[in-house]
Write a protein that binds this ligand. Structure first.
Ligand SMILES: Nc1ncnc2c1ncn2[C@@H]1O[C@@H]2COP(=O)(O)O[C@H]2[C@H]1O
Length: 489
């Protein structure tokens, strides 16, 4: 059956002006095109050709929206119903910016306010160029009783499908949170959305959506500290001297004090008091000085308190320095050509947590419940179950933004499952260093679950117990000399 094409057809293109107000431009569109779209959409398959013609009459409101344009604002009180003819829209909720759904051609939205005369429950934003049929009450009342009934049937079907999707999402979350054995806490197991108001329970984006969101917002990720950038540039040049490195920090009194404190610590055991940065830099030499400045400059980013992970200010910085030193001590034994990379990868191995912290905090109830069910599980296992990926995976995004060498990004990416990195030595070194540092953390704070050492790492880096004891001792002293305290999570 061929649908009757409307006689005349006008599209309103909506744009935001400089003040953010919506302005409409009318444009004529080939009616055959829209009639063809409507004919293809399953949504209209129960409508007769005459009924389709009624809908696409000259009074109908077909609209075009640009990518990013707001079709519905949460809390507003208009009551139109929308049917997407082409393009995609995102349904989000204002409080946490959570993505509730992505709707496509043939999907209907705005039915909640349309049916119940309540305020809009979510925002609806065009993801790309969208053409939609917008039916307000006036237009709806002008349609024949049969057509109105068919619309109502479609709305009911959509609501049923949406409820099924919400139920499936809840089941998926509970399965992800523990291979089907982990039960969601009461508050989370409640129905995801009542459709008569705000969702009672937060509906979180899937792992894939979350990664997409993070990747599309890289501008908001922390920048590499200025001092670190300068050090990285200088150490690429073979002729760089300790004095040139010292110049970077000599106007920063807290950095100078930090370097002098390390120079006078038991870890280095230099003879006599070191009281100038020039003296300290000549004693340290280029590589050690570059490491120290890098570690200190990372304090601003790594030293933040992280509510989601329960790290107090300074906790992660101390742990990172412990892993950095342990990794470079291991590299000194097994591959001294990657000493610098080992230190850097060790220092930044947990940097993905900085990006994930707000999302972990948002899902705190899930994490708390996971750990109360499985106290021996590690944070990366909890992330895998709840988010679908762990912080090491997400660290690669920041490594790219900071233009770090690919090998460092790869070593960080694989530090929790080094066997997936084959014989990539840096991945095994960072894993070994994190494992040994985890033991220090556990000694200091019994609540930290023990990390296990991958068998592949054990055979690729066969350290004997004496070597391990020496490495751990040196790394603890080094961390103490830099931070004043031992690493503690
Ligand atoms: N979880 C959800 N999944 C899909 N669409 C939704 C969801 N929550 C709200 N919406 C749609 O977003 C619209 C916002 O305006 P209304 O509240 O009128 O109607 C709402 C629904 O059509």
């Amino acid at each position: 059956m061929t649908p009757a094409a409307p006689q005349k057809f006008i599209l309103d293109e909506c744009r935001s002006d400089a003040h953010g107000d919506q302005v409409k431009t009318r444009m004529t569109v080939n009616p055959i095109d829209v009639a063809a779209i409507i004919h293809r959409l399953a949504f209209f398959d129960t409508f007769t050709a005459d009924e389709k013609c009624q809908i696409t009459s000259e009074d109908a409101h077909f609209r075009m929206y640009n990518p990013g344009e707001l079709l519905i604002r949460q809390g507003s009180s208009d009551r139109s119903l929308f049917i997407i003819l082409s393009g995609n829209v995102a349904v989000t909720e204002s409080a946490g910016g959570t993505l509730l759904a992505v709707l496509r051609a043939g999907d209907i939205f705005g039915e909640m306010a349309f049916l119940t005369d309540t305020r809009r429950t979510a925002n609806v934003v065009a993801r790309d160029a969208v053409i939609a049929l917008k039916l307000d009450h006036l237009l709806f009342e002008q349609l024949s009783a049969e057509v109105r009934e068919k619309f109502k049937d479609k709305i009911i079907k959509k609501l049923v499908t949406r409820l099924e999707t919400a139920n499936k999402e809840l089941t998926r979350l509970s399965v992800m949170a523990g291979n089907g054995t982990f039960q969601m806490p009461e508050t989370v197991a409640a129905p995801a959305a009542s459709f008569s108001g705000k969702p009672e329970v937060p509906v979180f984006e899937s792992g894939r959506e979350l990664i997409r969101k993070i990747v599309s917002h890289t501008a908001s990720l922390p920048a590499m500290p200025e001092v670190m950038i300068k050090v990285q540039k200088l150490i690429q040049l073979p002729a760089t001297t300790p004095a040139q490195l010292a110049k970077i920090i000599e106007t920063d009194p807290s950095m100078v004090a930090g370097i002098l404190k390390v120079a006078n610590s038991a870890y280095y055991g230099f003879r006599g008091k070191v009281s100038t940065i020039q003296h300290a830099s000549s004693l340290f030499g280029t590589r050690r000085l570059a490491e120290l400045i890098t570690a200190m400059s990372a304090g601003g980013v790594l030293g933040r308190a992280m509510d989601g992970y329960g790290h107090k200010a300074g906790d992660m910085w101390r742990h990172s320095i412990l892993v950095a030193c342990t990794a470079s001590e291991i590299a000194a034994i097994v591959a001294d050509d990657i000493l610098d990379s080992a230190y850097m990868a060790g220092l930044l191995h947990d940097i993905g947590k900085i990006i994930l912290d707000p999302y972990v905090r948002e899902r705190k109830v899930l994490f708390d419940h996971y750990f109360s069910t499985y106290p021996e599980k590690t944070i990366q296992e909890a992330e895998g179950h709840i988010l679908g990926f762990n912080h090491a995976v997400i660290a690669a995004i920041l490594c790219e933004k900071w233009s770090l060498p690919k090998s460092i990004a790869f070593g960080i990416r694989n530090h929790h499952q080094p066997s997936s990195a084959g014989d990539h030595l840096l991945s095994h070194i960072v894993h070994f260093a994190d494992y040994l540092s985890g033991q220090t953390d556990k000694e200091r704070n019994g609540k930290v679950p023990a990390k296990s050492l991958d068998d592949a790492t054990r055979s690729i880096i066969p350290l004997d117990p004496d070597m391990i004891e020496t490495i751990v001792k040196k790394a603890r002293q080094y961390t103490r000399s830099l931070t004043g305290r031992l690493a503690k999570r």
